[in-house]
Design a protein around this ligand. Structure first.
Ligand code: KIV
Length: 302
């Protein structure tokens, strides 16, 4: 395939499901997780095609051991914040643990909330052939679904830990069948997580929709990373499949240390960070930041 380097930031229009599907075999799809307004703004500005409000927020934002405790209300809350910070990217919200399995009705209610209350454009759910009927029903309601097969973190206990999946021929064949079932049910794409590179390539060639890999090698149609990993905000975690593009945890520690030093030394705040003096009778107040408004510096900077 001939791959372009993606849309120029100057000519961006909002990403849509049909555009993502068309990208298969033409342009690689970029997806990054986002959980709040500011990160969404930053990633959107960078030209990331799709933002995933992943239940990984349970681990990187809430500090939990797994994604299992994350609730529907929490995903709705974070999706809303992400939607406010996004102009261009396609927004996918994760269906939390057991938010779709009890019944198709429950799945429709919960997925619907992510679109109507959260402002997501699509939902993602973890599961293979067993999720096919639910995916079919959601899609028939106009809810785009991104599948997720392979290492599915919500099944951490069944898998015996966060382990690479599909390593034997039988397991690989099952995962291929799962991916095909998810695509046939109407998913517009499939996340492939934690599986061997050649199996990810085989699945990518077997399904008509884009595959988006994480720990699944370079043969997928796109890639997704957790934003905290990509930016180096997870100092104690260095999974093999992650490439860090910055070291923001270290930079943050340095910045906060310098702040503490400066406050303790009386260096910050300096004169220019203050709001001058109380004006005397009949006097205009001293200008700050080029304006005579006494609240200058408190308004939004956008
Ligand atoms: O929750 C999440 O962030 C995910 C990605 C790792 C694909 O599901």
């Amino acid at each position: 395939m001939t791959l372009s380097s993606g849309p120029s930031p100057k000519v961006r229009s909002p990403m849509t499901v049909p555009r993502l599907v068309k990208m298969k075999g033409r342009e690689r799809i970029t997806m990054v997780t986002a959980y709040d307004f500011t990160f969404a703004r930053m990633l959107d500005e960078a030209g990331v095609d799709a933002l995933l409000v992943g239940d990984s927020l349970g681990m990187v934002v809430q500090g939990r051991e797994s994604t299992l405790p994350v609730t529907m209300d929490e995903i709705v809350y974070h999706t809303r914040a992400v939607a406010r910070g996004t102009q261009y990217a396609h927004i996918v919200a994760d269906m939390p643990f057991l938010s779709w399995q009890p019944s198709v009705e429950r799945a429709i209610d919960n997925a619907g909330r992510l679109l109507s209350e959260g402002g997501a454009h699509a939902v993602k759910l973890e599961g293979g052939a067993e999720a096919a009927e639910t995916i079919r029903r959601l899609v028939s309601c106009g809810i785009p679904v991104l599948g997720h097969v392979g290492l599915t973190p919500q099944s951490v206990h069944a898998m015996g830990g966060f382990r690479v999946q599909g390593k034997t021929r039988e397991a690989a064949a099952r995962l291929l069948d799962d991916a095909v079932a998810v695509a046939e049910a109407g998913a517009y794409g499939i996340v492939l997580e934690g599986i061997p590179t050649d199996l990810a390539g085989q699945i990518t060639r077997a399904v008509p929709v884009p595959t988006i890999g994480i720990g699944a090698g370079p043969e997928c149609d796109g890639q997704v990373l957790v934003c905290y990993d990509l930016l180096g905000l997870t100092p104690t975690l260095r999974p093999k499949f992650v490439k860090r593009y910055a070291e923001l945890f270290t930079a943050g520690v340095e910045a906060a240390r310098t702040y503490c030093d400066e406050v303790r030394a009386g260096v910050f705040p300096a004169e220019e960070h203050g709001f001058g003096e109380v004006k005397r009778e009949g006097e205009e107040s001293a200008p700050h930041n080029g304006t005579s408004n006494r609240t200058a510096g408190y308004g939004p900077t956008r």
